[in-house]
Every structure is written in C-alpha cells, then in structure tokens.
Design a protein around this ligand. Structure first.
Ligand SMILES: [Zn+2]
Length: 251
C-alpha cells in the first residue's frame, strides 16, 4: 500500500533516532503503520490490488493515458497520504474546463473502479480520486515539494514516456505551460514592421522536470531552449506548429 521508498525513508528516519510521531508526521503516514514497520520489518509493504497494473503486471492498461497523467501529476498534481488514505489531486483555474475533462477521463481510464470528484475551490477546480495504488503508479511521491527533491523516472516509466512523448508533453504543457503571442519588430525596406508570433512556454521550478520535458521534446525533434531559471520555451514557427499538433490547445 505504501511504496518501498516511503517505507525505507521511515526506516532510515527511525534508525537515525526520530520518534514514531515525527516520522508519521513528516511522511504523512499513520503512526500505527510506522510502528508496524518498526516492529515487523519483514511484513509485506503493499497489498496487491488486481486493478493496479504495477501490482498485477499482466493487466492490460492504457499506456498513453498513463504518460499523459504522469505529465499532469509532475506539473500540477500531488498525492496526499493521510491515515492510510491516498488521494491524487490535480487542480486548475476555472478557465480551462477542457483540461478538467481530460484529466477526469484519464483517471477514469486508469482507475475505472474509483470515483472521480470535482471539488470547487475559489477560482479553481480540483479533480481528485482516492486509491492507495496511486503510490505504485507515481513512485515520485515523497516528503517535501517536487522542486526540493530529486524527480527521476523509474525504468518502466521512462519506457512508457519514450513510447508516448506527445501524451506526456500534453500533461506537462497543459498544466505548467502556456501558449502566448509574442511580438518583434523588423525593418523591411526602411520601414519598421511589427510581427506577431506564438510560442509555448513551460514553467516549473524543478530542473529534473525540465530535463524530462526537454528529453520528450527531443524525442519529437521539436527544438526548445531554456529561457530562464524556471522556464523552457518553444518558439520557432515550425516547432510551435509541431507542438500544437502533438498536444492540442490548452482549452
Ligand atoms: Zn499497486
């Protein structure tokens, strides 16, 4: 039910002298679970769920949906773990109802036995669904914010992203990206002319997530560049057109 990374973080913290309460609080895991891990270190760390493609590797599942939801999770999503419950939450401002529908469908495809909730918050809609096995699907979950820790894909995730880079990029750019219109002036025949051109910009504070985004763009041979400490942009005309075709509009 908890991934091995959370369990070993708990074990390390206990070995370093932290109390059960402190470890429970910092990892968002119930104290009784931490106590059980301390007292029964060899007990199984995860209950099998036949709906979970990681627990039941022969189950067929939609890899392109997973690649997209992974992008959304790394962009604007989070897992919260509290008293044995695990909830996936992804939130947007209300001006993007198409994305809310997209993520709801992705969750429904990957976890058809779970209920997807839309929780209104001021100016925002949160799409959420509870399932302990989100921890199997998103092993990047851990204490602290994403940009404050290493975000590395596991080999099975990398394989899926390599096979479905456009879906992965849709998740990343539709959560942490925006398509803007820029302008520039050029002197033509002695006259200053203004040109408008679109570009995509991806903004995230994690260098690791930037690297994943850049690698997926490379897979599609879409030129990009880092345009700031937290930004990556796709601005050449053909590159913008290729990204438009790959990920669709941010609706
Ligand atoms: Zn699982």
């Amino acid at each position: 039910m908890y991934n091995d990374r959370v369990r070993s973080a708990a074990r390390d913290a206990l070995a370093a002298g932290s109390s059960v309460s402190d470890v429970a609080r910092s990892l968002g895991v119930a104290r009784s679970t931490i106590r059980e891990w301390r007292d029964r270190p060899n007990s199984p760390s995860r209950q099998i769920d036949k709906q979970c493609p990681r627990c039941s590797p022969h189950r067929s599942w939609s890899l392109c949906s997973y690649a997209a939801l992974l992008g959304f999770y790394l962009g604007d999503g989070c897992l919260s773990t509290h008293v044995g419950k695990v909830v996936l939450r992804v939130s947007w401002d209300e001006s993007h109802p198409g994305i809310v529908d997209d993520v709801s469908e992705l969750i429904a495809t990957l976890a058809p036995h779970r209920t997807v909730f839309h929780v209104p918050a001021p100016g925002t809609t949160v799409v959420q669904a509870g399932w302990k096995h989100w921890l199997c699907l998103f092993p990047q979950h851990g204490p602290g914010r994403k940009h404050e820790r290493t975000i590395a894909l596991e080999p099975w995730q990398q394989e899926i992203v390599d096979a479905h880079p456009a879906d992965f990029l849709r998740g990343l750019f539709h959560s942490d990206g925006c398509r803007t219109r820029n302008w520039a002036t050029k002197v033509v025949a002695g006259e200053k002319k203004r040109y408008d051109y679109p570009r995509w910009e991806f903004s995230n504070r994690s260098d690791d997530i930037h690297a994943l985004c850049g690698a997926a763009l490379d897979k599609l041979q879409i030129p990009w560049r880092r345009s700031g400490r937290f930004h990556l942009s796709v601005s050449r005309r053909e590159a913008v057109a290729a990204l438009d075709a790959a990920i669709g509009p941010k609706a």
